[in-house]
Design a protein around this ligand. Sequence first.
Ligand code: SF4
Ligand code: SF4
Length: 487
Amino acid sequence: MPVRSDNSRKRVEPMRFPFALSAKIAGHIIRHKLRKTPRFAMVLQLEPLHTCNLTCTGCGRIREYSTSLKDMVPLEKCLAAANDCDAPMVSICGGEPLIYPKIEELVAGLRQQGRIIYICTNGVFMRKKMREYFAAVYDPSNPSHRSSLERLLAEKLVTEKEAEAIRNADAAARSKVVIAPSQWMYWNVHVDGLEFTHDLIVEREGVFKECVAAIKMAKILGYQTATNTTVYKETDVRELEDMFKFLSSLNVDGHTISPGYDYDAAKKDMVKRLGKDPKEFFLTRDMTRQKFAKILDWGRLFTIFGTPVYQEFLAGKRELTCTAWAIPTYNVKGWKAPCYLMTDGHYDSYPEMLAKVRWENYGVVDGVARDPRCENCMVHCGYDPSGALGTNYQRGDNWKNFKYNFWPRPKPFPASAELERRAFNGVSIGKGHLAEAKAAINPAANARGAFSNNGHHEAHVGSHCGSGDTSERDALLARIADTRKTP
Ligand code: SF4
Ligand code: SF4
């Protein structure tokens, strides 16, 4: 039986997403519609810091904020930002948010404000945070606690030494503020493919394995888990389907999936400096639609977050207008405008940003880009809320969205040894498969790291933590694909 600190009431029939969450979000939209609020926030992307323990190929945040990597948003300012925009959901991202020294207090403060929280993490520190939680609440007289700990040990998700530390937690450990399971909180783990691809992209062997271990531990302890995946030009759709099946077999509660895209600075550079056709590398709207052709099927089979209206948009069945103001980003520099991806300025307050940004200058309307940088953008932070807010309403949309979110959740995909084998396709996990792959792809660079962009990590771009020039990453995935075809 899982350990839960709150909300332990039994649910009659598992809905796709918890009823209280879906009802809270629906209530927020209805309230603003009745008040005729022209623009309001749905999800706050809160970046308390941009520091990270990884240097993924393609990290936009490390590049864009390379001069302020050591800066952090003070806790009070983070909480004030959430109040300022009053979004019902807060996605704590970064950088790696579990490095933020006050992450527990931040989560607790946001819960006090009644927000739904997603901790958007690369997964590496998750098990540590969950051990701290378990140590703080562990009660040896509670059979559920004992059996959860035994299961964690049996599945090798904690070591014997770690289990002892949980059993014998001292007063300091027991009084520590911790991140407790709640139906209002999700661990949102960055997973960009199965083992081979994911470890190459994050440039560290064993990260996929760690993410899976963290998800398993989270499920045993009663946490809600989600994953977020960005799709690029070279992403193999069959691998994505295997990834969803595998994650579903682990009982992951939800998935965000979004197309990566590039905007004009990267394209111009490619044409001018390298003399290359950007279409060779970038995911255009047409390409996105091809990649997402089956997203409505995926939505039926798996717990994909969002609305079917956004899924129809991704599949090329309809147009939507960008509503970037509904998923604002707050970070060390303030409110980032116009969106999570592009930066034309930072503002001191959300109302100020709403008032000063010329929103009518962004997005794509009827296939025409109002800003050339928006031309190929179909990302969830610009268009997912559009599906929920009815900006391009068609008859039946409200019912479709309601049914999707309030209906029973798809059954988990059955776990099997074959599925596990396909997921852990790095073959030699823990024995240097990353080094072998690097050497195969670029022998000359092997000694210094084939994907380290000549050693300049700050030039890396775009993963779950924000896009930018994804050409480096697309080129990497293309090389992986070529390498794997070579006998
Ligand atoms: S993409 Fe995310 S996990 Fe990777 S280096 Fe950037 S901030 Fe860290
Ligand atoms: S279309 Fe995309 S890039 Fe343009 S403002 Fe909207 S979210 Fe940003």
